[in-house]
Design a protein around this ligand. Structure first.
Ligand code: GLU
Length: 443
């Protein structure tokens, strides 16, 4: 193994622990292990353990209160051997280039594991949209596009929503791209509003498909959804739709956690009889921050942030940010937890992985578990290219078929090669990308 071990930094209890590990070191360590397993040669490893291109830029914004503020923006294109790069844009105050590098690499593997003809990228802006007006957010979206407009596009790199970005942001980005290039380019971006080239089902796709992978895993574990309980980290787009579908298939979510940017604290809302989705949604802001006081008034117990993983449940769904399940937190996970479904990207550190594996916990790895979002983005591109849009049933049926077949392909490798699910997913994904690079004569 050629990479350094990730260096944990203890995080204060109840605070966001996103920065405790360097996610890019984690991503490279995961890749290096699989590269050795697959016996990849030196040039292929060199090519795949780093991004193929990356862009760093400044975005000046005229603030509502007067004066100009400069924001940092990034786009990292990890690999495009299997097709144009694809991946979301995050707005987050703790954004770092290494987080984006890791997320771009994970996008390459994610598109590959579900076998869609796309590569991997990720972008971001260091900002907290909670503290920005709509006008300032619009300027940020347009400014991001102006800095990168020549290096992205339908055949190069196609952005999408991610943490704290939404369909309206995508539309401002599309509009700016079309102003620069002159013409209509619906294939430049996905996650658009339904009325302007978006796909039905896109906003639900990630959360719903997380639950679909849980459905398949529960069958293997001989558990009926209606006899299971779950605890979820996060209450953003992925978590919300995961809660909704988990309840529809008969399960009970007893707790969700949320992040309050005003004091950078996470907290957990618990109701042992099952949280009521509509109730919590009605007291959340558009970024998934639940109003703590109102939740308490509605009868929810408010617990410290990391309590979400200490619950006596069957299923844990981390659906927030990176590095939440680590050597520090695994000992706090209840022994009764049978299944962990990674709705977030990179929620588990390599040390956390080893510990879960020893416990025998069934893990659905992120690159498979949350791939429903990018798969629906791919369907949005397909529909846009045809200029003919499917109804919701067709979208969900196609998503179900793609995700179910990817789930079983991973399980087959896992059983055949006696590998943990994450390694099996990586073996499948990295192999396909390495093959594409070789076939193109890149390495
Ligand atoms: N941001 C999502 C992800 O991490 C979706 C990306 C896309 O739709 O391109 O998978």
């Amino acid at each position: 193994m050629t990479t350094k071990k990730a260096t944990p930094v203890p995080a204060k209890k109840g605070t966001v622990v996103e920065q405790s590990y360097n996610p890019f070191e984690t991503a490279q360590a995961q890749f290096d292990r699989i590269a050795s397993m697959l016996g990849l040669d030196g040039p292929t490893r060199d090519l795949l353990r780093n991004p193929i291109r990356e862009y760093h830029f400044s975005i000046p914004i005229r603030m509502d209160r007067g004066g100009i503020q400069i924001f940092r923006g990034f786009r990292v294109q990890h690999n495009d051997a299997r097709g144009p790069c694809k991946g979301g844009i995050r707005f987050h105050p703790l954004e770092t280039i290494d987080t984006i590098r890791a997320l771009a690499m994970w996008m390459t593997w994610k598109c590959s594991v579900v076998d869609i003809p796309l590569g991997g990228a990720k972008g971001g802006i260091v900002c907290d949209p909670h503290n920005l007006s709509l006008n300032e957010i619009e300027q940020l979206c347009r400014g991001w596009v102006r800095q990168i407009a020549r290096d992205v596009g339908p055949c190069l790199d196609v952005p999408a929503p991610d943490v704290m970005t939404n369909p309206q942001d995508m539309l401002w980005m599309l509009d700016e791209y079309e102003k620069i290039h002159g013409g209509r380019y619906p294939g430049f971006i996905t996650g658009k509003p339904i009325s302007i080239g978006g796909s039905l089902g896109r906003k639900e796709a990630t959360g719903y498909m997380v639950v679909l992978t849980i459905r398949e895993a529960l069958k293997e574990l001989n558990l009926k959804p209606e006899n299971t309980t779950a605890s979820i980290q996060g209450f953003g787009n992925v978590a919300q739709y995961a809660v909704e579908l988990y309840h529809k298939i008969g399960g009970t979510v007893i707790s969700v956690s949320s992040w309050d940017p005003t004091d950078n604290k996470t907290f957990c809302c618990r109701k042992l009889s099952g949280i009521l989705f509509d109730e919590l949604k009605s007291i959340s802001d558009p970024f998934g921050t639940i109003n703590r006081k109102k939740a308490q008034d509605m009868g929810y117990e408010i617990l410290p942030g990391e309590a979400w993983l200490e619950q006596d449940v069957d299923v844990l769904i981390p659906a927030a940010v990176e590095n939440q399940i680590s050597a520090d937190t695994v000992p706090r996970i209840n022994r009764r937890v049978k299944l962990i479904a990674e709705g977030a990207n990179g929620p588990t550190t390599p040390e956390g992985d080893l510990m879960l594996d020893k416990r025998g916990t069934f893990l659905i790895p992120d690159i498979l578990c949350n791939a429903g979002g990018v798969t629906c983005s791919y369907f949005e591109q397909v529909q846009g290219n045809m200029n003919y849009y499917w109804d919701e049933k067709e979208v969900f049926d196609k998503l179900d078929a793609k995700m179910t077949s990817a789930f079983h392909a991973v399980r087959e490798v896992s059983k055949r090669q006696k590998l943990p699910n994450r390694d099996a997913a990586y073996v499948l994904a990295v192999n396909r990308v390495a093959r594409a690079c070789k076939d193109r004569g890149w390495c």
